[in-house]
Design a protein around this ligand. Sequence first.
Ligand SMILES: *Cc1c(COP(=O)(O)O)cnc(C)c1O
Length: 428
Amino acid sequence: MNSSLKELALFGGHPAIPKEYSFKERNTIGNEEKVAACRVIDSGVLSGYVASWGENFLGGNEVKSFEKDWEKAFSVKYAISVNSWTSGLFCMIGAIGIEPGDEVIVSPWTMSATATAIIMWGGIPVFADIEDDYFCLDPSKVRPLINDKTRAILTVDIFGQSSNINELRKICDEHSLYLLSDTAQAIGSHYGNNKTGTICDIGGFSLNYHKHIHTGEGGVLVTNNDELALKMRLIRNHGECSVEKSGIGDISNMFGGNYRMCEIEAAIGKCQLLKLQSSISDRQRVAKSLIEGLQNLKGIQLPKTRPNCTHVYYTFPIILKDKDLFNKRDIIHQALISEGVKGLARGYVNLIDLPMYKQKIAFGKHGFPWSLQEKNKVNYSKDAFPVASHYHDKALLNLEICLYEYTKRDIDLVIASFKKVWDVVELL
Ligand SMILES: *Cc1c(COP(=O)(O)O)cnc(C)c1O
């Protein structure tokens, strides 16, 4: 073995980050949240919801007040809290009223819940490939997939910035489709002057741990549309079963469940919302230092921000651009982990790789909902998604900067680890 390779911790050398060194986990929960949670506990009312029509159908005081704060902060007509963003996605797809067998175009690079929300209503997720630079749905790949079964485009603002929402909006307008967004990872980022997630028909956010702000579990839907807001509130609270006295006209087929947020989470959410901007600024600080420190490494592409947009860096995606590096991605990853880099993932979720899509089986054993399609025509084969598959299988190293606080020293050590590995990368 070449002697300079032996310097790498992977081959027995001293790690760039000493074994006893520890990265502090990010924590935005402080005294404000403690006081807020205790206020609710002292009141004795841990949930203010009632599942029959009336004032409390929309939740208790903390939930309503939290939603008001959110409407103001995001400049939207309606913010609708839910007990997770997975629940939020379910309410979103229910609200647009699809028929079983209808299609929704969605990104394969997302957390599984984005696509299962479609399946839960009997819809069929139709994946379109992602963009080279920003990893969101590629509008040019969306167009050819539209047919008379298509009802919506559900875009994912992945890793911390908006999709190409103007282009997607144009496509939706041309074909009378709903434009929906999963902005779990890009909360508080901007597309032009607007907050990401607020300029589609329905958008929304996760309040799960590791997202920019959190309430334990939770999520928030946003919309400016009266009818969609009402439907999502119905689905959140047992749907048509509970509103016979409401006087609402067409609520047939509006089944729902219990996707309601508790008062404690809402009270914590109010405090967390006030910390959103500082959480974003802090991650931008980390990303800026990483970009400065890593920009001279050969053969890689660091995160780029879409023109006229802002990036809030849920993660820090690094793409191996140089052909010579593709087959080395996994050993480079191993080498970096051995140097002591924490929270570095290989690739992202590529939903087409999941057994559910490979086999086209979700409900029961007979392939529902795909069995509703002629000849199971939707294409989930890997070669239909060259960018998503190549990046996932060979080219992406994703530093999950949501996990740690990243002091200046932490960042310097991460940069030193990358430099050390890149010094000998040709020999690996
Ligand atoms: C976190 C996340 C979700 C799920 O949110 P939960 O609140 O955990 O249910 C969905 N989509 C994306 C893109 C996410 O990052």
